[in-house]
Design a protein around this ligand. Structure first.
Ligand code: SAM
Length: 289
């Protein structure tokens, strides 16, 4: 009975989707500083309590809440976009400011990971590939007081927001935004560190991007690549993870495959960075000999 089977599975999945919506909405009430409708608020609280998160949600500071909210809002928006346009090819074609801002805030966590892994020298010129709304570029300035950042991205709707964000953060002197793909980026000065989020770069562009980064890095510089997480034992989780990566125009490259590609591109000391964080992200670092 296919209908009953599909409906039963849809119902099971619906609980997770609705619970994520409820958690996100509850966090939004706190972010907005409003009570909201008492009846709805009570039900939101009930869902959060049933998830076992009542105390934890209440204890989040604004920055932590913003990271969780950004993550959830971005993926909820991408899921709705997938349903609205299931025939569209994979591309980073999003111009919804909420989604773009959310993705930028979520990216900011990368600065913490680079810090934890000690991959950025105290004084450095850093290249942020796929800079988007400059969430990571700004976080890099805040985390590493001695760095300047060049953010490169061809997507004008995101860059327009990036310019505002950079000004609002007061880091115009330290962040340069360039409207270009990484493959076509021209730069005379060279970089000490480059960040390449492979899960946002289309597969056909990836080898060109890696070759270009080899040329743009200074001798002794470091390329840090965000590789596909790929650690999930659950086949549904692994499949939806890759689906969302490809749909957003990115490549699915696990760390071992990325290491092979970087070695082939003449990088030295290519290794996976030891993961000391919970975020579902794996990093591969490579030296420009
Ligand atoms: C999810 S966004 C990155 C978010 C960003 N870190 C932030 O803080 O807002 C991914 C970005 O990669 C960009 N991108 C895709 N292909 C690219 C390429 N070949 N070169 C440079 N940027 C690219 C997209 O335009 C998109 O803005």
């Amino acid at each position: 009975m296919p209908f009953e089977e599909v409906m039963a599975q849809a119902n099971r999945l619906l609980v997770g989707a609705q619970a994520l919506g409820a958690l996100t909405a509850r966090l939004r009430l706190d972010e907005l500083g409003v009570e909201g409708d008492p009846a709805v608020r009570a039900e939101l609280d009930r869902v959060v309590a049933a998830l076992g998160l009542a105390d934890d949600v209440a204890a989040l500071d604004p920055a932590e809440r913003s990271v969780v909210l950004s993550f959830a809002r971005s993926y909820l928006a991408q899921a709705l976009d997938l349903v609205a346009e299931p025939a569209r090819a994979g591309a980073w074609g999003f111009d919804d400011p909420v989604l773009l801002q959310a993705q930028g805030s979520a990216s900011a966590v990368v600065a913490r990971l680079l810090d934890a892994a000690e991959l950025v020298p105290p004084v450095a010129r850093v290249l942020d590939v796929g800079t988007g709304v400059a969430g990571l570029a700004i976080a890099l300035c805040q985390t590493f007081p001695g760095v300047t950042v060049v953010g490169v991205d061809p997507w004008e709707p995101a860059l327009a927001i990036a310019r505002e964000n950079v000004a609002a953060a007061g880091v115009e002197e330290r962040v340069t935004l360039v409207a270009s793909t990484i493959e076509e980026l021209e730069d005379e000065e060279g970089f000490d560190v480059a960040w390449l989020p492979s899960f946002f770069i289309p597969e056909p562009a990836l080898d060109g991007a890696i070759a270009r980064l080899h040329a743009l890095l200074r001798p002794g510089g470091t390329l840090v690549v965000g590789a596909t997480y790929g650690a999930d034992e659950d086949p549904v989780a692994a499949a939806v993870d890759d689906l969302f990566t490809v749909r957003a125009g990115g490549s699915v490259v696990p760390p071992h495959a990325m290491i092979e590609r970087l070695v082939a591109a003449s990088f030295s000391d290519v290794r996976e960075v030891e993961r000391t964080w919970d975020a579902p992200l794996r990093l591969v670092a490579a030296g420009r000999g």
